[in-house]
Write a protein that binds this ligand. Sequence first.
Ligand code: DOR
Ligand code: ZN
Ligand code: ZN
Length: 355
Amino acid sequence: MSTLKLPGLIDPHVHLREPGATHKEDWHSGTAAALAGGFTCVLDMPNNTPPITDADALRAKQRAASEKAVCDYGIHFGAGTDNVAIAASLASQVTGLKMYLDQTFGPLRLDGLESLVSHSSAFPKDVPVLCHAEGRTVAAAIFIAHLFDRSVHICHVSRKDEIELIRKAKEKGIRVTCEVTPHHLFLTLDDCAAIGVGRCEVRPMLATRADVEALRANLDSVDCFATDHAPHTLEEKDSPAPPPGYPGLETALALYLELVREDILTFDDVIARCYENPRRIFNVPAQEETWIEVDTDAEWIARGAEMQTRAKWTPFEGRTLRGKVTRVVLRGQVVFENGCVLAKPGRGRNVRPEL
Ligand code: DOR
Ligand code: ZN
Ligand code: ZN
């Protein structure tokens, strides 16, 4: 066995579902899944019910998180059509402003240009705006970064044309960063038959082999890995109207390590994308005396039923993975060991001040 000691990983894009849908996940089950996957900090998305688009909703989420989280966390605020001034005024309490430029799960889609432009100009330039952007809206997001000389982070890039455009924008010095998910690096549309039609639904949708190869060929333009952990129950996924999204926190690290074994990345490259870059882009403070221990040789079979996530399924069901988190130490205390979460609810801290 070879045990590797790594910094606590940061996932800049998760959906922990509380408030509003705790039957899918809550701050305890979601952060427990994070620890099991080697993440000591997760940044949570605002497409809740109600959406996190005003001060009251933010406060309610802060309260739930502070009572239940077992790892550290940050909260991304949601851009709506009528909350430009509110969003800017709350910027110091959040890790980013999420703009949904395409249809996905929840009510936060921004149609048209007006809100994109007004939020991008009003929101503090050093706090990233994050865009759910696909196809042509990727070009719109890049243009916004250029026009306002501001930080724009493109979520879950999934296609060849998108990553190639981002590469060119970076070469021009535009302040655009991006993330890629494990599912878009390891699955294609051809996997849908095995995963199941409803379970396969995700936004952006899985793409082609050529897209996966383009993402892998352009990993030097990929700043962060992000799971986009988006739990829905099996009952929902197998229903006639399956919501899009995959749980991902507990399978991610083993998949990232597969890229090392395939000689596509080095260990240091993985650390850059799971720790250093997310920390820099989202201004996450250092976690003192915090690390994870990973048995890089341990083989295990992905089984949703055995996971911490309340979703209890995975698109990688049955796949043999290599690399298992054996221990997580958060601020000097063992919070996860050999499959067990040892931290008490409330152990996790917000990485931003709550005012
Ligand atoms: O598949 C997705 N699910 N994509 C998103 O952008 C949202 C997410 C969710 O919240 O379920
Ligand atoms: Zn998204
Ligand atoms: Zn998402």
